[in-house]
Design a protein. Structure first.
Length: 423
């Protein structure tokens, strides 16, 4: 896939990461560790079907809880009559299958007891995520196994007008709000998300996975349509020669030589102008760049492949980076808090080259983005840039068939336009 997806991955992990907590395992000396973020959000309840986790529930009772802060694997089992020799044996049996030190606070757990006077704990279950769970057999013969719930893949449609934040518009329509980030990735080269206006519309055909009715993992957009006034931009997902990308109806790649902006999520605080009142110098002067306001530390992205020509500091620019992309184009990124590349270093489109700051002549956190064409500064938002390779001739006929089908599905979803997801 395209190199710009590296940047998306950084933004997406920032949004999805769950704060890590310290969890200890009481097996001899205590050991502390920081667990990895959960793949999906924690589940509020554990389903209790007739056969849960591959265990026939006839003759058993199940109690559901969540891992509490400060709990240990040993404590959880010993509280229900399981001695530490058995706990130690289970940990050893789990080696290579599941590391009990990776259990996370807030994850669902289940205790399965015999439905008799003895009320013995026979199984302990830990939910890794919506799909995967680990079953510990706590009575002889001891055992540890990993079970998986069935994943149901569904195709859905949604069409929403922009009323404010696209994330919220999709959420209110019943769709996964993560789709807004995927749209920003798909249209990064062709749609200026800082110019999206109220009343513009996005229509999507997308694929998502569900487990017991709950969304699981990352959705995949199969086709998208962006409407703004008379302008309509379709994007179709298409695979060829073991690679996938998004193309317009003519088979041209939506990827361009340059991203539309050096930040994923921000706002334009000042545009390209031949005459602007400078907020620090208090006089009118040319502002041959575009200012993108964003919080301190926001990742700044290289808008295209190139070589770092300069990485340093001046009184006006503050900490800045200048990238030479080819013999025609260069870009510059000013007022950084931190520079993350070195002079002479080769960078790829979407690589993080620094962090938003307010060094130099700046009144607040932002990046001043400047664009050179043939040695002259130009307004990059008015430039037309060449696309990546189109659909190969050998796959053209198949693309035409696939694009026609997706276009028809977008038309159908657009006509429904009831802001509700349709399965």
């Amino acid at each position: 896939m395209n190199k710009g997806r590296k940047a998306w991955a950084i933004g997406a992990l920032t949004v999805l990461a769950i704060s890590a907590v310290v969890f200890t395992v009481d097996l001899g000396p205590r050991m502390e560790y920081v667990p990895e973020p959960a793949f999906v959000q924690a589940v509020d309840t554990i389903p209790d079907p007739p056969g849960a986790y591959g265990i026939p529930m006839s003759g058993f009772l199940i109690e559901q809880e969540h891992v509490r802060k400060g709990s240990t694997f040993g404590d959880l089992l010993s509280a229900h009559g399981i001695g530490y020799p058995v706990v130690d044996s289970l940990v050893r049996l789990a080696e290579g299958v599941f590391d009990v030190k990776r259990m996370q606070v807030g994850r669902p757990i289940a205790f399965v007891f015999t439905d008799d006077e003895a009320h013995e704990l026979r199984y302990f279950v830990y939910e890794v995520d919506l799909v995967e769970h680990v079953v510990f057999s706590t009575q002889a013969p001891l055992g540890v196994r990993v079970g998986r719930r069935e994943i149901d893949t569904q195709v859905a449609q949604v069409s929403v007008p922009v009323t404010g934040a696209l994330y919220n518009d999709l959420d209110q329509a019943g769709a996964d709000p993560m789709l807004s980030m995927l749209l920003a990735e798909i249209y990064a080269w062709t749609v200026d998300f800082y110019r999206i206006q109220k009343g513009d519309r996005f229509t999507l055909i997308f694929e998502e996975q569900r487990v017991d009715g709950q969304r699981y993992g990352r959705p995949k957009i199969l086709a998208a349509r962006y409407e703004s006034g008379d302008a309509v931009r379709d994007a179709y997902f298409f695979e060829q020669d073991d690679q996938a990308d998004y193309f317009d109806p003519e088979g041209n790649s939506l990827r361009k030589a340059f991203l539309q902006a050096p930040l994923k999520f921000s706002r334009i605080s000042s545009g390209f102008s031949r005459r602007r009142f400078h907020p620090v110098q208090k006089r009118f002067k040319a502002h041959l760049g575009t200012d993108y306001a964003a919080p301190y530390g926001t990742p700044i992205l290289a808008v295209g492949d190139g070589v770092v020509e300069k990485a340093g500091y001046t009184g006006g620019n503050g900490k800045y980076v200048k990238i030479r992309h080819n013999g025609t184009y260069s870009t510059q990124y000013l007022h950084m808090r931190k520079i993350l590349v070195n002079q002479g270093q080769r960078v790829a489109q979407g690589d993080v080259i620094g962090e938003v700051g307010s060094t130099g002549l700046a009144t607040g956190p932002h990046v001043c983005f400047r664009f050179w064409k043939n040695g002259s500064q130009v307004d990059h938002r008015r430039e037309e840039f060449p696309s990546a390779e189109p659909v190969a001739t050998a796959h053209r006929a198949r693309f035409v068939r696939e694009a026609s089908r997706l276009m028809a599905e977008l038309d159908e979803a657009r006509h429904r336009a009831d802001q509700r997801v349709v399965f």
